[in-house]
Design a protein around this ligand. Structure first.
Ligand code: C2G
Length: 130
């Protein structure tokens, strides 16, 4: 069984999130999603509209997703890869050059997929404010 993992905040779920989850699942048989906790979001400098519990429940409801785990710190990825026997890690292309993902290619296949154009949680929030 080919295990795929991806990580994110997944706040105000939109088609960009669903697109990457669908494409991630297409690369294997079992998709794990590390959803950022509220505390980790603070470390990332993000404040989500929905709490971790709400974002977890929403992501768990997506047909492509088999397991949701908390993403609590940058450094947990190598442990997650070993703990869940991960074959492939998938992230959006905005993470392709990030130091947070360098070195992981020694532990599993790294796949960076094009982001979905013209949609983001930030855009949704600013549109709603207008
Ligand atoms: N994404 C996308 N297209 C968009 C918006 C987001 O493909 N229009 C992807 C991102 O590239 C990411 C995933 O959807 O792979 C989740 O995006 P966010 O919820 O914004 O997560 P992020 O803040 O990028 O957190 O350790 C990794 C971090 O937790 C990733």
């Amino acid at each position: 069984m080919k295990v795929v993992i991806t990580y994110g905040t997944f706040d105000l779920l939109h088609k960009g999130h669903v697109n990457i989850l669908r494409r991630a699942k297409e690369l294997g048989d079992y998709l794990i999603v590390g959803v950022s906790t509220d505390e980790f979001n603070a470390i990332k400098g993000k404040k989500s509209y929905y709490s971790y519990e709400d974002r977890k429940m929403i992501v768990e409801a997506i047909r492509y997703v088999d397991l949701v785990i908390p993403e609590e710190k940058w450094e947990q990825k190598p442990d997650d890869i070993k703990k869940y026997n991960v074959d492939v890690m998938v992230m959006g292309s905005d993470w392709a050059d990030s130091n947070e993902f360098s070195g992981l290619q020694d532990l599993c296949e790294m796949v960076f997929l094009p982001r979905t154009e013209n949609i983001s949680t930030t855009q949704i929030k600013s549109d709603l404010k207008a």
